[in-house]
Design a protein around this ligand. Structure first.
Ligand SMILES: [Zn+2]
Ligand SMILES: [Zn+2]
Length: 372
């Protein structure tokens, strides 16, 4: 281990744990982004916070000339589950890599930006940052994420989300039920119709839904109900037939119950991730050098793939999104939230920092290799 990482070890783990203790959801990451901005300013990077007109985004830069590597730093948590996607590890890895690279940037002739990217779990912070020019001129965009397995080349599907609102007519559920229009019935029928649609989906397509609102009292016919639906497909084009399926299911519920319905997209579409082959090769080599065993892509990857707003970036800038195992647990669970501050989670943050820094050195000077 280099002296740089030895000195960083304790503060980096402390940073990861502090982020984990104070989870903040999409677009509300005020304390998290401030903490990270201070961490990077203390280590000699030039920090703008807020950045690109987004209150919880930041931009920390080192170096003046040469290839620009953008390290994506996620720090939003999941509603009700805290850091169940381990974005405290993502953030610590990116910030640690920034701290390792900052003193080398001028000497090695490269530039690095640690980009604070809010709202990955819905909201599409990176899509907004891309639109605002945050990735302009980048030679590479990198993000290290904790997961179940080590991966140099992660698979992510395209995704789109919808809010489906049914409006009916409230009435006394016993004395005047006939004059009501039951919005909950409409939503439940639509949910079932989505279930029926699943039998016709193409390989890798997915429809999932929750029913966050469905009435308030059992003695009143509900006049308002809401489904939130997420669709996923191998490619962005594959989302169009799924949008039609959502529309049909929504209308089926509305027609059957005499309610009205509106279907509104929630946030931008996430595009499928395109991994740059050269970056994946660098990442695989460095994962192995860290004693990890990156798993080769397999035929089942698509059917268990999530989605990321880094996908949109990957269609514009060479991108890699390697994963580092923090145990045999899946993201978006309470067990994963615990793993994100376990010894394996801490190792993920430290290895992630080294991995990102080494890949960045490869991008700066492909022939010299990335050793720290
Ligand atoms: Zn997630
Ligand atoms: Zn995540």
């Amino acid at each position: 281990m280099s002296s740089g990482l030895r000195d960083l070890r304790a503060p980096l783990i402390a940073l990861s744990h502090a982020l984990h203790r104070h989870p903040e959801t999409a677009w509300r990451e005020h304390a998290s982004s401030t903490r990270l901005a201070h961490f990077l300013a203390d280590r000699g990077l030039r920090v703008e916070h807020p950045a690109h007109g987004l209150p919880t985004a930041f931009r920390a830069t080192a170096g003046d000339t040469g290839p620009l590597v953008v390290l994506c730093c996620e720090y939003d948590a999941l509603p009700g589950l805290g850091h169940a996607c381990g974005h405290n590890v993502v953030a610590a890895a990116a910030a640690g890599a920034g701290a390792l690279l900052a003193p080398l940037a001028r000497r090695r002739g490269g530039r690095v930006v640690v980009l604070g990217t809010p709202a990955e779990e819905g909201g599409g912070g990176k899509v907004e940052l891309l639109r605002r020019g945050a990735f302009a001129g980048a030679a590479a965009a990198l993000l290290a994420h904790p997961g179940r397995e080590d991966r140099a080349r992660a698979v992510f599907r395209a995704a789109a989300a919808y809010r489906v609102v049914f409006r009916g007519r409230a009435a006394h559920a016993a004395m005047a039920a006939a004059s009501g229009r039951n919005a909950l019935d409409a939503a439940v029928l639509a949910y079932e119709a989505l279930g029926a649609a699943r039998s016709r989906l193409a390989h890798g397509d997915l429809l999932t839904a929750v029913l966050p609102r469905g009435g308030v009292a059992p003695n009143v016919v509900p006049d308002l109900a809401e489904l939130r639906v997420m669709t996923r497909s191998a490619t962005t084009a594959g989302l169009d037939p799924l949008a039609s399926a959502v529309d049909r299911a929504a209308r089926a519920g509305a027609v059957a119950t005499g309610c009205s319905v509106t279907v509104t997209p929630e946030g931008p579409r996430y595009r499928e991730l395109r991994t740059d082959p050269a970056l994946a090769t660098y990442a695989a080599r460095h994962l192995r050098a860290l004693g990890r065993r990156p798993r080769a892509p397999g035929p089942d990857d698509l059917t268990v793939a999530g989605s990321t707003d880094l996908g949109n970036v990957s269609h514009v800038v060479p991108t890699a999104h390697p994963k580092l195992s923090i145990g045999d647990v899946s993201p978006h669970s309470r067990a994963f939230a615990r793993a994100a501050v376990s010894p394996a989670g801490d190792r993920g943050a430290l290895d992630g920092a080294r991995l990102l820094a080494r890949v960045a050195l490869d991008v700066w000077a492909p022939s010299r290799g990335g050793h720290l």
